[in-house]
Design a protein around this ligand. Structure first.
Ligand SMILES: Nc1ncnc2c1ncn2[C@@H]1O[C@H](COP(=O)(O)OP(=O)(O)O)[C@@H](O)[C@H]1O
Ligand SMILES: [Mg+2]
Length: 264
């Protein structure tokens, strides 16, 4: 496939880790950097990203930057779904700099296929051992990693498929710690240690992500991101919002999104 665009996949075999929220924030960050951005929702059952984009399109007043968005809902016919996805990916790749794919929190054929096209894979993870279990099994007695989990194996498989297809360069895999709490420093340190260990073993980079903040839930209904707040948005900036934006900016830097844009 003659893909022109760089492909970002946001994935994790678990719901509620912040995939769609992160997806929308990265889309608007990229648009703000002047990139042409498309998005594909492969989690059309929940359709959070599709709804987020719709809420954004429905806003009155100030025109907001928008991605070209496509949802590919799964049907009983997997082959037909895959064909529709590949067609969308090809069309969107030809006319955008970046295509961002949001995926469901469960293992599905369409999601696997999407993963195999990732130049950049971003996995948001809540700061809990329940979430870590998706990446690796941890022995509760020794608090050591015993083996990689199903999702980590799926990522490994999708990298192989990508290589077999002849796409150059491996996918860069980032695990993003989301909903970080300022409490429970001990838990945070343990997670940090285990993730550091795991990162070396299964090959991802760990990026310190976003803190737990109520604003993210409010933004969804408004179709807004942290980047849209301020005068004319109907949401006043607070200190917490400023700090949140700072975190987002750091995340965009850590992911190296600027390097995905074509040279000007
Ligand atoms: N950093 C955060 N702080 C607070 N709430 C968050 C944060 N990230 C996501 N959420 C909330 O968590 C819920 C699940 O997020 P969502 O992006 O839909 O996850 P997923 O796509 O992985 O299922 C949503 O209500 C969202 O607003
Ligand atoms: Mg989602």
């Amino acid at each position: 496939m003659g893909t022109e665009a760089r492909i970002i996949v946001v994935g994790n075999e678990k719901g509620g880790t912040g995939k769609s929220t992160v997806a929308m924030h990265l889309i608007v960050s990229l648009l703000g950097m002047g990139a042409r951005v498309a998005s594909i929702d492969l989690d059309a059952r929940q359709a959070t990203l599709s709804r987020y984009v719709e809420n954004r399109a429905r806003r009155q007043g100030r025109a907001l930057p928008m991605p070209e968005h496509v949802a590919v809902p799964p049907t009983a016919d997997v082959a037909a779904d895959e064909a529709r996805f590949l067609e969308s990916l090809q069309t969107l790749s030809a006319r955008h700099d970046v295509v961002l794919i949001d995926t469901p929190g469960s293992d599905q054929p369409l999601s696997r296929l999407g993963h195999s096209y990732a130049d950049l894979l971003i996995t948001p993870l809540n700061d809990s051992f329940i979430d870590l279990d998706v990446l690796a099994k941890v022995d509760p007695d020794s608090m050591k990693i015993t083996r990689p989990s199903h999702y980590a194996e799926m990522v490994w498989e999708s990298k192989k498929i990508r290589a077999l297809r002849g796409q150059r360069g491996g996918a860069d895999w980032f695990v993003l710690r989301n909903r970080l709490s300022t409490l429970d420093a001990r838990n945070k340190r343990e997670m940090e240690r285990l993730l550091g260990d795991l990162a070396r073993r299964i090959g991802f980079q760990c990026v310190g992500g976003l803190c737990e903040r109520v604003i993210y839930r409010e933004l969804f209904l408004e179709g807004l991101t942290l980047l849209d707040l301020g005068p004319g948005s109907g949401v006043e900036m607070s200190m917490s919002h400023v700090a949140a934006r700072q975190e987002l900016r750091r995340l965009v830097e850590a992911l190296g999104l600027a390097s995905l844009l074509p040279p000007t």
